[in-house]
Design a protein around this ligand. Structure first.
Ligand code: GLN
Length: 562
């Protein structure tokens, strides 16, 4: 019985939408698929397109569907999947959502990222409840119906004019098939004027032949058409510009107009991509296909100003990034992007020096950190590399080098202070040493009985109240701030008095629970450890204040050195 009512609801919903589409009251859809290889930058293309459409006056949101079986990327190792991006509502999501927020300056939520695992989990739970009693539960229609329902969720609030939906993976993968089929059905149901497809492919350059090759693109589009989909626009990643002949060839064999073949050449920075896409009129082509007014040309005033500052820095600082995943840049994506934003406002090029925490010892720490103007100790989990982080923290505290410690980085600063200032030599976090005599960082009470690993940390945005006498208050210029979290351990408040008397102060606390959110050290130019993740809220338009002031402090530190 349930499958029928569900289906009816779904189609009723679409029918309602259809009738209102003409007056443009309901969201229209742009799907972004990828072909030929992964890592072509679908997320950046989707975010750039969204930015341009937003600048033309539309309300736009982006969502991503990932074809893997994990319920979310929260349990994935950063080596596997890069950073796990946490939203305000506490969803652990794909790092592309970070790009969406950084470009659009609007928050995303759980609804913006869905995986195959989540789709199957929902359908299987319904099956166990008896929702499909008597029916065989199948990929089509049950999985595809659930995919479509999720794809439509963002449009139900009537908040958005256009929803861009990125499909993870590459067309032709077995696991992508249900998504391709769902898009086919949605396009059929909504009408092609309300639902279009942008396909991103690779046009490789063969050095020996001195030629750009279109065949992989043709094959990728052919794969789509075998599944009943034809792209409306083809965006071609290439190392060299596409001439008119190549564009015409792709257009002819892929059945699109030549204007709908858009080149996306390798960019100096991801923040150039919206401008490149504007030049190629990707936004105009999409809006025309959707039958929508194109509005005024995007001015991108803030964006251009940011790019101008980014490309013409007046000064440069060297910041050490101490972490255990430094060989994989995606693991610290939001931190690196925050440095780009905060560097630009300060008209300063931030040169990142990656330092593997496992390699740092008391003997060699100086050789790693000596010439730096600031050090960020990164978030992380588990024992590996922890002692290196603690040694690095001691060095920057004692040498008064600007320090920003994030989450585990803040916890390291607490352990370091306990060991070297409070002389609690065996102090530790119980994450690293369950039997430490001085658990200065301890597991949160409500985490003690947690047995399942997925989605069970303290996640998402929480308020933090700042001490008005602190440096952080001066930075945020506010008493109540809200930042995002992802952790199980916390500062152990039993030690608070001892720490504060010795000069390490808890200047930010959760107003409801008293959980310590920010630690600062007196008599240091900039020593701030935060339990939250400030990097998750930095956008081009609103660079995160702690990062901005950390760079300011690094500039100052460098000046004083000279
Ligand atoms: N492992 C620490 C905790 O769970 C820190 C987490 C993090 O750095 N995100 O509390």
């Amino acid at each position: 019985m349930h499958d029928f009512s569900f289906k009816n609801n779904h189609f009723n919903l679409l029918a309602q939408k259809k009738s209102t589409f003409n007056s443009f009251e309901m969201a229209k859809y742009i799907f972004v698929t990828g072909g030929v290889t992964s890592s072509l930058g679908k997320g950046i293309i989707a975010a750039s397109l969204a930015k341009l459409i937003q600048e033309r006056g539309y309300k736009v949101s982006i969502q991503k569907f990932d074809p893997y079986i994990n319920i979310d990327p929260g349990t994935l190792n950063p080596y596997e999947h890069g950073e796990c991006y946490v939203t305000n509502d506490g969803a652990e999501t794909d790092l592309d959502l970070g790009h969406y927020e950084r470009f659009l300056n609007i928050p995303t939520s759980q609804a913006n990222n869905v995986t195959t695992g989540r789709i199957y989990q929902y359908v299987i739970e319904k099956e166990r409840e008896g929702a499909y009693l008597g029916k065989t539960v199948q990929v089509i229609p049950h999985i595809t119906d659930e995919i479509k329902r999720r794809m439509m969720l963002l449009s139900q609030s009537n908040e958005y004019d256009i929803i861009i939906t990125e499909i993870g993976g590459t067309v032709g993968d077995i696991e992508s098939l249900p998504y391709i089929e769902s898009i086919r059905q949605l396009q059929w149901e909504m009408g092609e004027e309300n639902c279009i497809i942008v396909h991103l492919t690779l046009v490789p350059y063969l050095k020996a032949a001195k030629e750009l090759k279109t065949k992989p693109t043709q094959h990728s589009v052919k794969l789509m058409s075998e599944n009943g989909l034809s792209p409306d626009i083809i965006v071609c990643r290439a190392e060299h510009p596409l001439n008119a002949d190549i564009k015409r060839k792709i257009a002819l064999f892929c059945n699109v107009r030549p204007q709908a073949v858009v080149e996306a050449i390798d960019a100096e920075t991801i923040y150039d991509v919206p401008l490149m896409m504007m030049k190629e009129e990707l936004d105009v082509i999409c809006l025309e296909k959707l039958g929508l007014p194109i509005g005024d040309k995007p001015k991108l005033i803030y964006w251009n100003d940011f790019l101008n500052k980014l490309k013409n820095p007046k000064t440069v600082v060297k910041i050490g990034l101490v972490g255990k995943y430094v060989e994989l840049q995606d693991a610290y994506k939001s931190i690196l992007e925050s440095f780009i934003h905060s560097g630009a406002v300060n008209e300063c090029r931030v040169e990142i020096q990656n330092i593997h925490s496992e390699k740092i010892t008391a003997e060699n720490v100086e050789s790693y950190l000596k010439g730096l103007d600031g050090v960020l100790v990164a978030p992380g989990f588990g024992n590996r590399g922890i002692e290196g982080k603690i040694i690095a923290t001691q060095y920057v505290r004692e040498n008064k080098i600007p320090f920003l410690g994030i989450c585990l980085g803040m916890q390291c600063s607490v352990i370091e202070f306990a060991r070297n200032v409070l002389h609690l030599e065996a102090a530790n976090s119980t994450e690293m040493d369950l039997h430490t005599p001085n658990p200065v960082v301890d597991i949160m009470e409500d985490q003690k009985n947690v047995v399942k690993m997925g989605g069970t940390m303290r996640l998402g945005a929480y308020e933090c109240q700042l001490d008005t006498h602190s440096q952080s208050f001066g930075i945020y210029n506010n008493t109540i701030i809200s930042e995002r979290h992802r952790h199980r351990w916390e500062f152990n408040n039993k030690y608070l008095d001892t720490f504060e008397k010795a000069g390490m102060k808890a200047v930010g606390k959760n107003p409801q629970t008293g959980l310590v959110e920010i630690m600062e050290i007196e008599n240091h130019p900039f020593f701030i450890g935060v339990q939250f993740h400030p990097e998750l809220k930095s956008t081009v338009e609103h660079p995160q204040p702690l990062f901005v002031h950390f760079i300011k402090a690094a500039i100052e530190y460098k000046k004083n050195k000279e």
